[in-house]
Design a binder for this molecule. Sequence first.
Ligand code: AMP
Length: 301
Amino acid sequence: MNPNEPPIISTKDAMRSHVLRLRREGRSVGVVPTMGALHAGHLSLVEASRRSCDATVVTIFVNPTQFGPGEDYQKYPRTLQRDLGLLADLAVDTVFAPSADEMYGIGYGTSIDVGQISRTLEGSHRPTHFQGVATVVLKLFQIIPADRAFFGRKDFQQCLVIKTLVRDLDVPIEVCICPTVREADGLAMSSRNVYLTPPQRREALALSQCLFHGEKMVASGERDAGKVLAAMKTVLDAHLSVRIDYLVIADGETLAPMEQVTPRAIALIAARVGDTRLIDNHPLMPLVFNPPTESGLRYLA
Ligand code: AMP
């Protein structure tokens, strides 16, 4: 065991008392919610928290309520010991790793529905997903009353869901959004990439390639979203095992489909490669939301 591994707290009471103590001592606290199976994307959020907060709490919890029936809750990778090793030397204050019973006690019945922004795209393919996400994130914010929370742009719609939750329910926390970390060949890092066989891993590259192709077309002057989408689809057509759930060009604030590409345009994709469902997104022009934070989110470089 690496002596620099962060200590684990597994009960809600102990976690909350600890964070309240840190704040009484005048230390700012950042929280990085994760489901574990950590990779460089997660670690970039930890680094961002470390840069702007005195103490960082990483949560590791595979949240059952955000998985639908038939999804991968049971087989989702759980690698706590390895995760602690990756967090060693990153000056993480504590890891909060509760059990499902600790988080959802007997008689648990509340669920948060953030409304319209959660219904489209991921919401239409995974109808209960964002209720599970919003509920667990609000619970984590109550258990860990941090100054800032760090999320990845990789899960773009999730960022908008959390922004809506924080705004609508007056949660006193600043939501900071970090860029997507990619493998050298462009594949967005994801805990689910471990499910891919080597041939599927090659096919999965089509997702990022199609997004980058769209960006390139826009950079060369094309603004008709229909034409950009059609060209992006041709990239996917060459990859027969990639089955698209959706591919859209949408407003990065509302997720409404766009006809013309503007600096608010995000391309978002979800697709299955074999049994593995992957998502990715990319702004088609440099993001304009920050600064000023029109969107209520703080997009970090
Ligand atoms: P997860 O463990 O998949 O629930 O992700 C935990 C956090 O890490 C979420 O805020 C994700 O958006 C973020 N994240 C996941 N993959 C990446 C990535 N490739 N780059 C940046 N952030 C990521």
